[in-house]
Design a protein around this ligand. Structure first.
Ligand SMILES: CC(C)(COP(=O)(O)OP(=O)(O)OC[C@H]1O[C@@H](n2cnc3c(N)ncnc32)[C@H](O)[C@@H]1OP(=O)(O)O)[C@@H](O)C(=O)NCCC(=O)NCCS
Length: 375
């Protein structure tokens, strides 16, 4: 190959927008508002599947039969307990640390306690323990007692139970479980891509999950559900929605919970979550002001900018109605997305090539070093 050919670079667009960088069999989101996990539509899974069945599907490529599901449930449930040494590390962190920072540290420290396990064991262990860590690290920070997972409860019920200390109502757990299913996987989102980059160096799953958590934290990604709820609390009144959107757009601000790299018409998960929010408020005989506020903001954004609401915009008020503390919204996202991360980790490792792109250098050249005294 000639030198000229060697140095030729393919220039990718900013943010790798519209570029396919790998093949995947895990999931696909499309511009028209469709989303599939391993071939099944998100609507089908939301209506019919449990969190555990969906996790099995995402991890292993097909829906489990009864024996496989029973085994998977017990494999997960038996691994949810977290070693006291990890809690000790959490106790040493500042009490005002954000729960997502605490979770990132905790996930990383799991890597040093679990290091001798086989890779399959490590995966199940980190996935199962994440939910326990989400709840109990917050309980430590807020001065509450630790709650051990209850092996009779489902994944969704257990997470709600460990957060609140109360066994959840069946309908609350059902709605929460739908949101967890929505958060589980989303093809090459920023955190899953991060996980694949780490996997491509052949680092362990704990390192990859810790990196995934770091990417998830940002307000353009997983941090948006917390930001959306804060905005909803600030706007408060449906009548104030139009003015809020006008002012924010005039000030060049982005409105949290709107917009998506892939979905330009609607986010199918947001559409379903909007229905669930309405149902939940009705079941609880609560005032529907929160629903009307969301609807007003959504309409205003669509009329003015043709920008649709995303999952975070509607998952946030669902979590709020379920009385989940706001700082836990992004950690909860992580407790579910970890299953998607593991699927991406394995897919990457199975057909690996180090992910190492290039950058086009646009800085100065031919500079000469001068000693510090001369600068
Ligand atoms: C998700 C997000 C990062 C996608 O970004 P992207 O694909 O890079 O798209 P861009 O940020 O380039 O947006 C395209 C245009 O829509 C506008 N836009 C996108 N999201 C917007 C929002 N939430 N509020 C106001 N304007 C928005 C951008 O300002 C841009 O306008 P321009 O072309 O006039 O500059 C972006 O929509 C965003 O920041 N949303 C808010 C955060 C959020 O909810 N994140 C969760 C995502 S699931």
């Amino acid at each position: 190959m000639l030198m000229a050919e060697l140095s030729e670079q393919i220039r990718a667009p900013k943010g790798l927008s519209g570029v396919s960088v790998t093949e995947t069999k895990i999931a696909k989101s499309e511009v028209d508002g469709s989303l599939i996990y391993r071939g099944y539509t998100i609507e089908d899974l939301a209506e019919n599947a449990s969190f555990e069945e969906t996790a099995y599907l995402v991890l292993y490529g097909e829906l489990p039969n009864r024996t496989q599901l029973t085994r998977f449930n017990s494999e997960l449930r038996s691994r949810m307990k977290v070693d006291s040494s990890v809690y000790e590390i959490i106790r040493d962190l500042p009490k005002d640390a954000h729960p997502i920072d605490v979770l990132r540290t905790a996930a990383s420290s799991l890597g040093s306690t679990d290091v001798k396990r086989a890779p399959h064991e490590q995966e199940l262990s980190v996935a199962a323990k994440m939910a326990t860590l989400v709840a109990n690290s917050y309980r430590i920070e807020t001065g509450k007692n630790l709650i051990e997972p209850d092996s009779r409860l489902t994944f969704a019920e257990n997470l709600l139970y460990m957060i609140s200390g109360k066994k959840p109502e069946e309908s609350d757990a059902w709605t929460f479980e739908r949101e967890l299913i929505f958060y589980m996987e989303h093809d090459l989102n920023a955190s899953s891509f991060t996980v694949r980059v780490v996997a491509s160096t052949l680092a362990d799953i704990y390192s990859a999950v810790t990196a995934g958590l770091a990417a998830l934290k940002g307000p353009l990604h997983g941090g948006a559900n917390e930001g959306a709820m804060q905005m909803l609390l600030e706007v408060k009144n449906p009548d104030a929605a139009a003015g809020y959107v006008a002012d924010a757009l005039a000030g060049g601000k982005k409105i949290v919970g709107f917009g998506h790299r892939i979905y330009k018409q609607f986010d199918p998960r947001a559409r379903l979550s909007k229905q669930y929010l309405k149902q939940l408020l009705a079941e609880k005989k609560m005032d529907d002001r929160l629903f009307r506020l969301c609807d007003a903001l959504e309409r205003e954004m669509w009329e003015r900018k043709k920008i649709p609401a995303n999952l975070d915009f509607y998952a946030a008020p669902v979590f709020f109605t379920l009385e989940i503390p706001i700082p836990l919204y992004t950690p909860i996202f992580a407790a579910s997305r970890v299953f998607g991360w593991i699927a991406h980790y394995n897919e990457q490792v199975l057909d690996n090539k180090l992910i190492r792109p290039e950058a086009t250098y646009v800085g100065p050249k031919d500079l000469k070093y001068r000693p510090v005294a001369e600068r």
